[in-house]
Design a protein around this ligand. Structure first.
Ligand SMILES: [Zn+2]
Length: 452
């Protein structure tokens, strides 16, 4: 707990005394806000408030948890170091980092596709009797085809829920089209709205549908120009040469993730007796085989991630530069900083869930709107807490898989390389912002209903 001292605050009248909490480590004065943890910006005391010890664990479980935590910390350190390297390379010469690891990522993706194709061709050869004409082999062929179907490259599937069509949201589509034009991207096919703290863009399915997903919580806390900045970043992904999202490597990575999921060993409980025992042995053998495949797929997915980290993070920096070109350094910085406030979003949702449900028809006023509460809660996060969240993200890595550069590095890159614009090519004025809000109103109600 912070210690309480009594010192003279120079801003007060001479002689007036006021208790000031001081850091127990370095004795610096602390700013206290009861909504948030008290921490020390000088020595980072209590930057991450300690978690309560897990008492229900057996010694063995505890050792295992500690080992897992050490491994996770080593992985975080590795990503941090690599992210710092990419930052240096990009900040120095802004190179596009299409290096040997990118070539290796393409090759690995090729190997993954080759495995799927081989199993598929084997299945065809067996089923058609081309290889061996016995009926048992045809049966094996059917199994091989089923496996090939599971191994197939994954192209993703466009969301069907929360879709906004052009007729319902003409202003939003006009804004997104304008931004796409400015960054040199093709128009999106659909805009989807959901309840995530995120905005994302993806090209999905066999028909390669271009889908933009707007997470209403994050959208709500962004100022209009910050919204333009985030949209420019997302749409900029189509033009920034990010090979992770391309058809070839993207579908291979998604396939690897799917292989991991499919082969995750499951524990089954079976009955006793001799048949139960046989099943148990068969189950155990199958689980061991699956475990080997699972580890192999997991290992390959990790390698893919490592190979793509450099070019992927460099692409994210380029997308940030596009954001600045369409808005300003201040807007892009503001949007990035706002994205740190998801803990506040979680708190607001939890609080709203505990509020009694009042209905307007019951004569009582409806409880405060989720979106208003969220905007207000984020608006009143003090700078000291924003700074703490930024430092926590820097220490823990807010994108542990390295898919994005950590936020503190993205902010630093904005200051290091992006020229301040004095002209705003895309301005979302208050009139159009209000029209877009009206277009989103119905989905806002639906998403809030699901969240709370
Ligand atoms: Zn301190």
């Amino acid at each position: 707990m912070p210690t309480t001292d009594t010192i003279t605050d120079p801003s007060d009248r001479p002689g007036a005394e006021k208790p000031v909490e001081r850091c127990p480590e370095c004795r610096s004065p602390l700013a206290v806000n009861e909504r948030f943890p008290t921490w020390c910006p000088s020595c980072e005391w209590n930057l991450l408030p300690p978690e309560p010890p897990a008492e229900h664990l057996t010694p063995r479980q505890r050792r295992r948890a500690e080992k897992a935590e050490r491994r996770a910390e080593a992985a975080r350190r590795d990503v941090r170091e690599r992210s710092e390297q990419v930052f240096k390379l990009v900040a120095e010469d802004g190179s596009d980092l299409q290096d040997s690891s990118t070539v290796a990522a393409y090759a690995l993706a090729g190997a993954v596709h080759l495995v799927s194709l081989s199993v598929f061709l084997l299945g065809i050869a067996l089923v058609t009797g081309l290889l061996l004409p016995a009926w048992t082999n045809r049966l094996l062929g059917v199994v091989a085809l089923a496996v090939a179907c599971l191994l197939r490259p994954r192209l993703g599937r466009p969301a069907r829920e929360g879709v906004l069509d052009r007729a319902t949201a003409p202003t939003l589509y006009a804004l997104v089209d304008r931004i796409a034009e400015e960054v040199g991207a093709t128009k999106v096919d659909t805009i989807v709205v959901d309840g995530d703290w995120n905005l994302s863009f993806a090209v999905l399915g066999l028909r390669r549908r271009r889908q933009l997903t707007i997470g209403l919580p994050l959208w709500t806390v962004l100022a209009p120009q910050q919204r333009v900045s985030v949209l420019a970043h997302e749409l900029g992904r189509c033009v920034n040469g990010d090979n992770r999202r391309g058809l070839w490597t993207g579908s291979a990575t998604a396939a690897l993730v799917e292989w991991c999921r499919l082969t995750a060993p499951k524990r089954t409980r079976l009955g006793t007796g001799s048949s139960g025992l046989m099943m148990l042995i068969a189950d155990s053998v199958a689980n061991h085989v699956l475990w080997v495949v699972n580890r192999a797929a997991y290992g390959l997915a990790l390698v893919m991630n490592r190979l793509s980290l450099r070019s992927g993070q460099a692409a994210e920096y380029r997308a940030d530069r596009l954001s600045v070109r369409l808005t300003s350094v201040a807007d892009t910085r503001g949007a990035l900083t706002s994205s740190l406030h998801w803990p506040t979003f979680e708190t607001v949702v939890l609080r709203q869930r505990t509020l009694p449900r009042r209905r307007a028809d019951g004569g009582q006023s409806a409880h405060p709107d989720l979106w208003q509460s969220l905007a207000e809660a984020v608006r009143t996060v003090p700078p000291m807490e924003t700074e703490r969240r930024l430092r926590v993200a820097a220490r823990q890595g807010d994108a542990v898989d390295g898919s994005h550069p950590p936020t503190h590095l993205r902010l630093r890159m904005l200051t290091a390389t992006a020229p301040e614009q004095h002209r705003h090519p895309v301005v979302l004025d208050s009139g159009r912002a209000a029209l877009i809000e009206a277009e989103l109103a119905e989905l806002r109600r639906r998403v809030a209903g699901k969240l709370v």
